[in-house]
Unconditional design. Structure first.
Length: 197
């Protein structure tokens, strides 16, 4: 067998734009609030621009790097820190949802891969990768797959497969709060640096 990719899938470029807006809208909101409360007009403008450019730069960098690889023997997912590989025989099963309705009411295809211990090792979301790519991966992975072809809510998913969603996926408000604190810290640091000059 060869290690050459049988399939290489990139993130959806259509979803990239809308996903970036969804992801970085809280950053912009927090930076605007923080700059109104702290700093002069110049500091406010610079802080907002820094946050926007940082967010956009991170999105573009991740978009260009993110890949899923499926070979005869391995499954790989590339992100920030290189490619994480797993032998396909160590993937026990998959759960493929044709339509998972999120908190915002939009439905996407989702694929969850589990190891022999029953732990989720990969979540491929249609919100990020695009519905067509999720279907391609689900069909190409060639492991025992449970398919649910009806609409499923997040609450119902928790009862169908309790290990499918991670902590931050089950509690997105905690993640948003943490991101808000980080963005606020960055804005305050930039404002303090500009004020000291």
């Amino acid at each position: 067998m060869t290690d050459e990719p049988v399939i290489e899938i990139t993130r959806s470029r259509k979803r990239f734009i809308s996903r970036s807006i969804e992801t970085y809208a809280p950053f912009v909101g927090v930076s605007i609030i923080a700059t109104i409360a702290f700093g002069d007009v110049r500091g406010r403008i610079v802080a907002i621009v820094v946050v926007l450019l940082l967010g956009l730069g991170l999105s573009v960098a991740y978009q260009r790097r993110a890949r899923v690889f499926i070979t005869q023997e391995r499954f790989g997912r590339r992100g920030w820190l290189g490619t994480w590989w797993m032998r396909r025989k160590d993937l026990e099963r998959a759960l493929y949802l044709e339509s998972l309705t999120g908190r915002d009411g939009r439905a996407t295809r989702e694929l969850f891969l589990f190891d022999p211990a029953g732990s989720r090792v990969v979540h491929i979301s249609g919100r990020v990768w695009g519905n067509k790519n999720v279907s391609r991966i689900a069909h190409a992975i060639a492991i025992p797959t449970s398919t649910i072809d009806r609409v499923v809510s997040l609450k119902e998913l928790a009862t169908i497969e309790p290990r499918a969603l991670g902590f931050f996926e089950r509690h997105p408000s905690v993640a948003i709060f943490g991101v808000g604190i980080i963005v606020l810290s960055v804005v305050l640091a930039v404002t303090a640096l500009l004020s000291s000059n």
